[in-house]
Design a protein around this ligand. Structure first.
Ligand SMILES: CCCCCC/C=C/C(=O)SCCNC(=O)CCNC(=O)[C@H](O)C(C)(C)COP(=O)(O)OP(=O)(O)OC[C@H]1O[C@@H](n2cnc3c(N)ncnc32)[C@H](O)[C@@H]1OP(=O)(O)O
Length: 365
């Protein structure tokens, strides 16, 4: 969370140093490193000393922490130091222990998703529970922005999940509603461009990306699982890609990744013949990493993720990129082709009839 900048005097800064000595509990190594770095930056300015050797672990950790502050001004460093000490003192007097970053910070500027960061995990949550988390145009754009930011923030891993009963019911069919006949081509062209950009963000995401599938998943939310690095599912979740039922065709690189993940025969059942999988089937077919009982799903999964997110961040990122890099070019080509095909499908009678049927409540999945 950002705090408004308030000038901190030299006297306040010195008082904070004295207060720090009064702390009864050790604030933990990560916080101590932050304090060290801010103190050095406040008193000496940006880190100019030579980088210690790889095996000098303590000096290297201190140097890294200081160096990571870049050109932060001495005033700002003094301010942040004073704020950090004051938050440690308040937490202690409130009977809490304050380690690295125990508070959840909520990212502003989103309406259709909730984005938070805690314990080195950035969580992106579909948040239209009354519409079964259907993904409208605004949500596509907000997820693109959230993924771009999560790729660059300090978190170690990113998680995608849904709020409420559903993971998501996939594309919001209202994205096709109220389009005048003359605007159909434009709707299809714009939709294909948005979809291509959206899927590209998953292909290029630089850190481990984990799907926490809390309930039924439909359409694009299922295909994207092939681009996630781990998929945890509640035993209440189901996995449904009803593309032919909707007169559409596969996206999210599933036409390439699903046959690789589960074999062509099983991919055909899902992508051609609309077979809806239970969580257990999706796990047996390799689309899901592990299934948890719904009653303990959130607790078990978040405990596990918290432990994963404490692993060395850079090592995880380079390893993920190694695992994916050989396929990246291919995946972008597949994404382009799938979007081209879909652009045509959206103009077809088969697709239009399916959408009309849904809105006349003649058809539901
Ligand atoms: C830029 C474009 C990119 C496109 C990418 C291509 C993507 C493809 C796909 O994702 S295909 C999958 C599309 N999804 C669907 O076809 C699901 C449609 N929804 C349903 O079949 C049902 O709503 C249900 C099975 C998900 C849930 O049924 P039920 O439990 O009976 O609930 P309701 O139907 O009453 O749902 C409550 C409320 O939400 C509306 N709603 C739910 N999902 C969607 C949706 N995907 N699109 C639009 N609206 C949806 C539903 O209509 C209800 O609204 P109401 O209260 O009646 O106003």
């Amino acid at each position: 969370m950002t705090t408004a900048t308030m000038p901190v005097s030299q006297k306040d800064f010195e008082k904070a140093q004295e207060q720090l000595k009064l702390l009864k509990k050790d604030p933990g190594n990560e916080t101590k490193l932050k304090l060290y770095a801010l103190f050095k930056q406040a008193t000496e300015g940006p880190c100019n000393s030579p980088k210690p050797g790889m095996l000098d672990f303590v000096k290297k950790a201190k140097w890294d922490a200081w160096n990571s502050l870049g050109n932060l001004s001495q005033d700002n460093a003094r301010q942040k130091y004073t704020e950090l000490v004051s938050s440690l003192i308040s937490a202690e007097s409130a009977g809490q222990t304050k380690d690295a970053s125990p508070e959840e910070s909520r990212h502003d500027d989103y309406e259709t998703i909730i984005v938070t960061t805690k314990n080195n995990i950035t969580k992106i949550m579909f948040n239209r529970p009354e519409r079964k988390n259907a993904i409208n145009h605004q949500m596509y754009r907000e997820i693109i922005k959230a993924l771009q930011e999560a790729g660059k923030d300090d978190s170690t891993i990113a998680v995608i999940t849904g709020n409420g009963e559903y993971y998501t019911s996939g594309n919001d069919l209202n994205n096709f509603a109220n389009v005048q006949p003359n605007d159909m081509e434009k709707m299809a062209k714009d939709g294909a461009e948005l979809l291509k950009e959206f899927v590209s963000c998953f292909i290029d995401f630089p850190k481990p990306l984990i799907a926490v599938v809390n309930g039924p998943a439909i359409g694009i939310s299922v295909t994207l699982l092939g681009l996630c690095d781990i998929v945890y599912a509640s035993d209440r979740a189901t996995f449904h890609t009803p593309f032919s039922q909707l007169g559409q065709s596969p996206e999210g690189c599933s036409s390439y990744l699903f046959p690789k993940i589960m074999g062509l025969a099983k991919a055909n059942e899902m992508l051609l013949f609309n077979k809806k999988l239970t969580a257990a089937e999706a796990c047996a077919w390799g689309l899901v990493t592990e299934v948890f009982p719904d009653g303990t799903f959130q607790k078990e999964v978040w405990e596990r993720l918290k432990a994963y997110a404490s692993l060395p961040k850079n090592s995880l990122a380079v390893s993920k990129q190694l695992l994916r890099s050989m396929e990246k070019e291919k995946l972008h080509a597949v994404n382009s082709q799938e979007c081209e095909v879909l652009k045509e499908r959206w103009l077809s009678d088969e697709c239009l009839n399916a959408i009309v049927s849904f809105f006349q409540r003649k058809s539901k999945l």
